[in-house]
Design a protein around this ligand. Structure first.
Ligand SMILES: NC(=O)c1ccc[n+]([C@@H]2O[C@H](COP(=O)([O-])OP(=O)(O)OC[C@H]3O[C@@H](n4cnc5c(N)ncnc54)[C@H](OP(=O)(O)O)[C@@H]3O)[C@@H](O)[C@H]2O)c1
Length: 290
């Protein structure tokens, strides 16, 4: 599989396996299957309650820890200097590893917080994350759902720049402003909702994507994923079916033309999951991924 190289030199596979698990499936089994099929980038979060499964699956398959990129996230009720320090230790313990490759702040801002409040909270959280890097608990730190103004707060005041920003991003919701900002500042964009969670099945342009799929002998979902990685965005896909898991990493044997890339980039807006980082922090213990 193709790798992306972060500014620090850390190599991250172009397609990761998502472990958000609202249906409470046997995630150890699913992650084990994904690792056996060749996935080497696992996306988890304290909120998903799948960190333990990540550790169990790695041990079950016997794949060397050094060959796997583990990314986790701390939830907004774990933020603040002390909260983040403890959250990182809890994630490490649940996974059963002595380091995380990537640790992210899951959400930039709680609804109703003044500018001063969320900016301070993000920076205090970040300070604990920077310290975790210094002592070797985390290799790289990053953000999730951060828009340019949230990233700017860190870039202006923090010592370590975010390595990645994980954003909702798919055909029909391409977040140009955030992607451009990340590009300018050397922050790698990772997409979540890469497949649109089934909400993209009836959007304007469906026929065009079908034609592309036929042209390349691929599925429409493979076209969605290829569009991302060809645009230098790491994709995260979650699948329970083995056929889906396999096909989601079989996207490196064809290329879309420049014209096709532009066409897909300019699809009308569709399938946005409906949560804006500034206005829609879900209530404590509810889940932004639903
Ligand atoms: N940072 C954040 O705030 C955030 C938010 C949401 C998600 N995430 C991360 O991103 C991951 C993926 O996002 P998501 O959970 O929204 O799911 P998704 O990857 O957009 O979609 C998953 C759905 O797509 C189906 N699917 C997968 N591959 C397919 C294929 N090749 N053909 C047809 N259908 C296919 C799956 O079906 P089957 O199960 O039948 O295979 C499943 O129903 C999460 O698990 C999580 O790790 C992060």
């Amino acid at each position: 599989m193709k790798d992306f190289v972060l500014n620090s030199g850390l190599r991250v596979p172009a397609v990761g396996f998502g472990t958000y698990n609202p249906q409470k499936q046997d995630m150890t089994e699913l992650i084990t299957r994904a690792l056996r099929l060749g996935y080497r980038f696992l996306d988890t979060a304290s909120l998903y309650e799948t960190e333990r499964n990540v550790g169990e699956a790695i041990r079950k398959t016997g794949v060397a820890r050094k060959d796997i990129i583990i990314e986790s996230k701390l939830w907004y009720d774990e933020m603040g200097y002390q909260g983040a320090k403890e959250a990182i230790d809890r994630s490490l313990a649940r996974i059963g590893t002595d380091y995380l490759d990537l640790m992210l702040i899951h959400w930039p801002r709680a609804t109703g917080k003044s500018d001063e409040d969320w900016k301070t909270l993000d920076l205090e959280t970040w300070r604990a994350m920077e310290e975790a890097v210094k002592v070797g608990k985390v290799r790289e730190i990053g953000c999730s759902n951060f828009l340019p103004h949230h990233l700017e707060n860190l870039l202006l005041h923090a010592d370590v720049k975010p390595a990645v920003d994980q954003l909702e991003l798919h055909i029909g919701y391409t977040q140009e402003a955030a992607v451009e900002y990340c590009k300018q500042h050397g922050i790698q964009v990772i997409s979540w909702g890469s497949l649109g969670r089934g909400r993209m099945d009836k959007y304007v342009g469906t026929e065009y994507v079908k034609e592309l799929a036929e042209k390349y002998g691929k599925s429409e979902k493979q076209i969605f994923l290829r569009f991302l990685v060809q645009g230098n965005i790491i994709a995260i896909a979650k699948a329970t079916s083995e056929e889906h898991m396999r096909s989601n990493i079989e996207i490196f044997d064809f290329s879309l033309t420049e014209e096709e890339m532009w066409f897909l980039q300019c699809m009308p807006e569709t399938a946005w999951m409906g949560e804006h980082p500034d206005f829609a922090i879900p209530a404590k213990h509810s889940n932004p991924d639903q």
